[in-house]
Design a protein around this ligand. Structure first.
Ligand code: TTJ
Length: 642
């Protein structure tokens, strides 16, 4: 990408550069906002809100509002100082105009660095402007209300004063451009979740989110004086806490700061949520590494010093993190995001910073809270013993069933190909659907594994139970890569693991269970993008001898209109597929399995995390949240059997 921030002296030159910059955004929007699907659409909001968060970080803004208007435009306001409106000497233009028309160097998703002087975020106001059908900015400042308007990045109204005011602040409304996005409908829950996260990460900042699209407005204001401490408590809301106090640590060095909040629960899962500059880092990175190393070191040191751990014994890192909920939030001016999805923090000095903070402050905390220290350490030692028992169980199962003998389970119809990168496995629910899939597949590279009945409740299970489970065991053997800390992606036998379940509640249930299992015991499978969901059709349309299928209600209506053509009297028969089992082998191949025609939806870590959260509510030990969830989702959940 060229350096669009360079501004030349003569007006003509800079104007041309501005237009070229915004044109570049419209040509390749994915480079700037990741995608033009729902995720990109929501990203526009985050880019604008980031500017207000920066103002809050600078100490001048207390309250931010985000409103979804009828028609799916978005309004963001803050009570900060207001974007400057004075004329910049270099450009001869108001700063407000520059903010919305000049592309900053380096896109977050493209190549190049992502560094802005001053704030941590807020590179994207001009990107949002370029991708909006229209955008209006209003600034309350100096006693005046200044207003400026744009359409697809072009100025439609120069900055002018439209009124008087006593407040200060910024208000931006934008309408995403239908020419740029595949979908234009905002999801309140997605924005709500993200804004809640921002409120947790910026203690004391108040964020109001409102949905004005229906007669009854929905509105929520979130403000957490306890910041990430409250975040950790909130994450444990459906669990039983192991200790009531929240462990909180923080520190800074130079421009960089880090804070960590920890609360253990009595479960077996590890829940680390890490952020760099308020952006989630699902793939971890230096801050997580520093945290894990120091946590293990401090726990072992404390245990040995106090005679809880005897002799040369040690608890492992995994032992120390069983049942942990930890929020790690770092802020730095030169964040390097790495990895396939730019979701991993690469700055090595952050590892040192976090390690030091945890090393020093957690030791002190344990000295001052011996009860908490003891509860955590005893849990880690239990985990250690359980892991040892699991290893023995596994070995005995191995001897009995030949886990390593290469013998495949009965429920697997394998493919002929041996190169994993070419192989696919369909995990199919129900024997009749599995039958059709076995007949319909291309056996050269497609394997079928039939799953049926109720699966193990992985919420309450440790590794030894998982291996011994008759539903999961065939799946583990078929995939060939083991589970948990022994999981080895190199041994994986298929690079496409495709969940094929019905488009109904039971199907969703099975999918949730499988995703939760993968998320907890085979996470690299998801991180490497190997897990997919098959997309079976919903409708079959027949007109005479012509048969077509539709994957959505919209498509059903389109095809139906197409089949009818200009002939209003023609009958088009529409049948709803009740399940995969209703399709014969040929139909299943044609609509759902043929690589030339099928759609596969790749499962992201975020999808799996969400499944895991739903699962916790449905399967967890707390009854109240489960009841609540079922009541709230009653119309979808009627068939869920828990
Ligand atoms: C910059 O330094 C001088 C005082 O004002 C600072 C500033 O720009 N603050 C600011 C920007 N507050 N809020 C914004 C902002 C808010 C929204 C909703 C959108 C944009 C692009 C900026």
């Amino acid at each position: 990408m060229s350096d669009e921030t360079k501004v030349t002296q003569e007006y003509g030159g800079s104007q041309i550069q501005v237009l070229e910059g915004l044109e570049a955004v419209r040509k390749r929007p994915g480079m700037y906002i990741g995608s033009t699907s729902a995720s990109g659409l929501h990203h526009l909001v985050y880019e604008i809100v980031d500017n207000s968060i920066d103002e809050a970080l600078a100490g001048y803004c207390k309250h931010i509002t985000v409103t979804i208007n009828p028609g799916n435009s978005i309004t963001v306001t803050d009570d900060g100082r207001g974007i400057p409106v004075d004329i910049q000497p270099q450009t001869g233009k108001p700063a407000l105009e520059v903010v919305f028309t000049v592309l900053h160097a380096g896109g977050k998703f493209g190549g190049g660095g992502y560094k802005v002087s001053g704030g941590l975020h807020g590179v994207g106001a001009s990107v949002v402007n370029a991708l909006s059908e229209w955008l209006t900015a209003r600034v309350h400042k100096n006693g005046n209300i200044y207003e400026m308007k744009f359409a697809r990045g072009h100025i439609t109204q120069e900055m002018k004063i439209v009124g008087k005011t006593e407040k200060t602040g910024t208000e931006v409304t934008f309408q995403p451009d239908p020419e740029m996005f595949d979908t234009l409908v905002y999801d309140y829950e997605i924005l709500h979740e993200r804004m809640r996260e921002e409120a947790f990460l910026n203690a004391g900042l108040s964020i109001t989110i409102t949905d004005n699209r229906q007669a009854d407005d929905i509105s929520e204001t979130m403000c957490y004086d306890g910041g990430i401490k409250e975040f950790a408590v909130w994450c444990n809301r459906n669990k039983n806490a192991l200790h009531n106090d929240i462990i909180y640590m923080h520190g800074m060095k130079g421009d960089a700061s880090a804070e960590i909040a920890i609360q253990y629960n009595d479960g077996y899962n590890e829940f680390l949520l890490s952020f760099a500059n308020d952006v989630r880092t699902p793939e971890g990175g230096m801050h997580e590494t520093g945290f894990k190393t120091a946590l293990t070191r401090v726990l072992n040191a404390y245990g040995q010093k106090n005679g809880i751990i005897k002799g040369d014994d040690k608890v492992s890192g995994e032992d120390c993190r069983e049942g942990i909920t930890a929020i790690i939030s770092v802020k730095l001016t030169d964040a390097q995001f790495e990895g396939q999805t730019k979701a991993k923090l690469g700055n090595a000095y952050i590892r040192t910073l976090v390690d030091q903070i945890v090393n020093e402050q957690l030791s002190v905390y344990f000295e001052e809270h011996p009860q908490t220290a003891k509860a955590i350490l005893e849990k880690a030692m239990m985990a250690n013993r359980a892991r040892e028992a699991a290893r023995k169980a596994r070995e005995s199962i191995r001897r009995k069933t030949g886990l390593e003998s290469g013998q495949m389970p009965d429920k697997l119809q394998d493919c002929n190909e041996r190169d994993a990168s070419l192989c696919e496995i369909y995990i199919v629910e129900g024997d009749s659907a599995a039958g059709s899939a076995i007949q319909g597949r291309d056996s050269r590279f497609q394997a079928i594994l039939a799953m049926w009945g109720k699966m193990l409740n992985v919420e309450k299970a440790r590794a030894d139970k998982i291996y011994g489970n008759d539903k999961l065991y065939p799946l583990i053997v078929a995939l060939g890569a083991g589970i948990g800390e022994e999981f080895d992606i190199e041994k994986l036998r298929y690079h496409k693991v495709i969940i094929m379940s019905d488009a109904d509640v039971d199907g969703a249930h099975i999918r949730t269970l499988l995703l939760t299992f993968f998320f907890r015991y085979m996470r690299p499978l998801i991180e490497n993008g190997y897990v997919y969901s098959a997309v079976p059709p919903l409708y079959k349309l027949t007109r005479g001898k012509t048969v077509r299928v539709a994957y959505s209600d919209e498509q059903r209506d389109e095809i139906s209109a197409e089949l009818r053509g200009d002939n209003p009297n023609t009958k088009v028969l529409i049948n709803r597929f009740k399940g995969l089992g209703e399709m014969d082998a040929h139909e299943l191949w044609e609509t759902t399995m043929d690589p030339e025609k099928r759609t596969l939806r790749r499962i992201t870590l975020e999808d799996a995390r969400r499944a895991d959260a739903i699962f916790t509510v449905l399967m967890g030990e707390q009854v109240e949240p489960r009841k609540e969830w079922i009541e709230k989702n009653a119309k979808y959940a009627v068939n869920i059997d828990i």
